[in-house]
Design a protein around this ligand. Structure first.
Ligand code: GDD
Ligand code: MN
Length: 375
């Protein structure tokens, strides 16, 4: 066959020892850390045939360009350059799917993960003892270095929450430092959520049966250059991940978020109404103002929370606001119309009210996810 001979003839010359391992490194503004990390990996992984895949979300400090320039003369270094996207977990997933290596390591690109434990993590999964080997900070010999009290407390609390809610066997489910076998990753892929920062927890909670896990302690180093991207949004995304892995099996989490925002919107509505009424404005005008403000509030909060992965900016934000006003007005008409109808049929005012609200919310959610936050 021509095709086969093409493959044999042309690729034989390139073939070296087969790839043992890929190290996937998500980066955002880590230019200063790239070379030191590669140097450290070359030393620790000396005996293995490995490649390093950086997945960069178009960092303003041009991390991707730097990696590309190194990769030009070093075939073991690769770059996945993503534009217009953000997210640590999704970056890691794309990196893992972009390599042919049978064993996959994931580590941060800021030198906080102690690369010298990589050989032990590697042996734990290749010896057959484990399917996933995790670098952990919360067993003997592990630690978090010079974290302040607050960060320490938040991390412990998030860990307990994961252990309670998901029942995960991991002592450090927040860890972003681990090695996994390709088959194990692929078994998790159909259920993976990919939101937020916690890729290890996502994988473990997405596996159809509990994996064999090995844990190896390490000391989380202090960051020397660059800064952490951990913030309130990361915390919100973490809670979404937990929700998705539990009640998400029954109701779409995006709809739940939309409802949460909507309930806050009701509070905003009532507060604005109270304030405007106290200014001696007619009820009609006060109510109109409250509605307009509450809709805008819902729009902006949904934009950064419910649809953080499709967040609108600039002109698209203005257009989105207009479309959301339009959709919400139709929703209000549907809400009132159906509520009035149910009330006439049934007579139970609260049932009529609730039915109207549900229909209105379902319409707003469906229509806005199609038009306002179109994929
Ligand atoms: N591609 C990409 N996209 N990379 C990102 C993004 C993103 O949106 N956000 C962060 N990164 C990269 C950073 O450049 C770094 O290499 C790594 O992901 C970790 O990000 P940091 O911002 O340094 O996180 P951290 O040190 O605060 O948190 C680490 O420790 C946590 C445990 O406390 C991470 O390992 C977390 O996963 C871990 O839970
Ligand atoms: Mn870090």
């Amino acid at each position: 066959m021509r095709h086969e001979s093409f493959a044999n003839v042309h690729f034989r010359e390139f073939s070296t020892r087969p790839l043992d391992l890929a190290v996937v490194v998500p980066t955002f503004n880590e230019a200063a850390n790239v070379r030191p990390l590669l140097d450290k990996l070359a030393i620790t992984l000396a005996g293995l045939h490995f490649e390093v895949i950086f997945v960069d979300d178009n960092s303003p400090d041009n991390t991707a360009d730097l990696v590309r320039s190194i990769a030009r003369s070093n075939p073991n270094v690769r770059i996945v350059h993503r534009i217009g996207r953000r997210g640590l977990s999704s970056a890691v997933i794309e990196g893992m799917l972009a390599t042919a290596a049978p064993i996959l390591a994931v580590m941060d690109g800021d030198l906080q993960h102690d690369e010298t434990i990589l050989p032990r993590l590697y042996h734990a999964v290749t010896s057959g003892n484990a399917e996933i080997a995790v670098g952990t900070r919360y067993t003997d010999g592990g630690g978090v270095g010079d974290w302040d009290k607050t960060r320490h407390r938040i991390s412990r609390w998030a860990t307990h929450l994961a252990q309670k809610v998901i029942g995960t066997p991991l002592s450090d489910p927040m860890s972003g430092f681990f090695i996994i076998r390709r088959e194990t990753l692929m078994a998790a892929m159909p259920n993976i959520s990919g939101v937020g920062f916690k890729i290890l927890l996502d994988i473990v909670a997405s596996l159809p049966k509990a994996p064999k896990i090995a844990e190896i302690p390490f000391q989380f180093r202090a960051r020397e250059v660059g800064e952490s991207k951990l913030g309130p949004l990361v915390a919100a995304e973490y809670l979404s991940l937990l929700a998705e892995k539990t009640i998400g099996k029954f109701i779409p989490i995006r709809f739940l978020k939309f409802l949460c925002v909507g309930s806050l919107g009701v509070l905003v509505h009532l507060s604005v109404l109270a304030v405007t009424l106290s200014l001696n404005i007619s009820f009609f005008n006060a109510q109109t103002t409250a509605v307009a403000i509450a809709i805008a509030f819902n729009f902006f909060l949904n934009n950064i929370f419910t649809y953080s992965d499709r967040m609108l900016k600039g002109w698209a934000l203005m257009r989105g606001l207009l479309s959301f006003y339009l959709i919400a007005s139709i929703g209000a008409v549907a809400n009132i119309g159906i509520g009035t109808w149910v009330n006439a049929q049934d007579g139970r005012w609260w049932l009529a009210g609730v039915t109207g609200v549900i229909v209105g919310a379902a319409w707003n959610f469906t229509a806005s996810s199609f038009f306002t936050w179109r994929k």
